[in-house]
Ligand binder design. Sequence first.
Ligand SMILES: [Zn+2]
Length: 323
Amino acid sequence: MVVQPPWRMPHAFERVSVDVPITRTPFVFTYGLTVTELWRASSLAEQRLRDRVGLPWIIDLHNEITRAAGSMAFRRSMTSLGIGKPGEPSSVRTSPPVTERVLDQAVLDELAGDASARVRKFAISELGLVMSDLDELRQGGRPSAALLPLVREFENYYGRGAHLVPTIDRLTRSKRSWGLQCETLLQRLAAELLFLYTERPAVKRCVLCDAIFITREKRANCFWTLWDGATDHELQRCAPPEVFDNWGRDETALAHRRTRKLLTERIRQEKKRAGGNDNHPRVIKAREARDDYMEANGRRRGRAQRVTASRIQVVPENGSALR
Ligand SMILES: [Zn+2]
């Protein structure tokens, strides 16, 4: 039985914005790690977190870890939006009430204040070591094996309730694949961590948005994309289109400078080997190689041709491979 890692399972939510009627907000889905996004966010109201994890999940997480106090206001506002449970479309969507339901700015203000501090405190006390471990991972680094017992403990306590459901592997289109369906963000965090610390995959950092992601593909950017649940249309990617373009241009220019320096250095070394003889055949050959290269690539301004064999590239199309 093939079990998908949690970050390969769809994560769905109402993309709620202040003053936009819930009947006109898209019900969206995405993929990727939520645990590292939650940790990097400086506030629960941050737009990036609301896009990648989703407000209903965030509010539900806050309410769950602070059941005793401070959660009634959020519960009321989610109920008024018709959101009973995160991950499911609002009931208001199917039977719109007479008055339009919108998110109040006050809810975001409250989230950015004490609520953020409460969730932060919880994350530090329960997962501080694990989160710093992940946060410090560089390109290709692996989660530390020593933290598995801690992660197991967290998963034992908070991970209960998630259940395996059949899912379509978007890569192979095989239906004989399974994945965890989570009802709370805590379950999803626990599942992501358990996979990360049991499998210990080499992680990558997205060169465009700095998110931690996992893939066996040779790519420099993450898969993060937000899709409209109703139409399957891509709504947003991890960076604006111009950032994708600029990265490609910078990389090409850098590769060009590297090649030029390499070819010039080769002439210098051949000359040294030939005892300073400028007319030695090998020196002439090295000089010709550089001249040929410069003839083809060096004199153009702006975008140069790609000059190195496949380095890891930014993949411009969306993460369709994952869907
Ligand atoms: Zn990214």
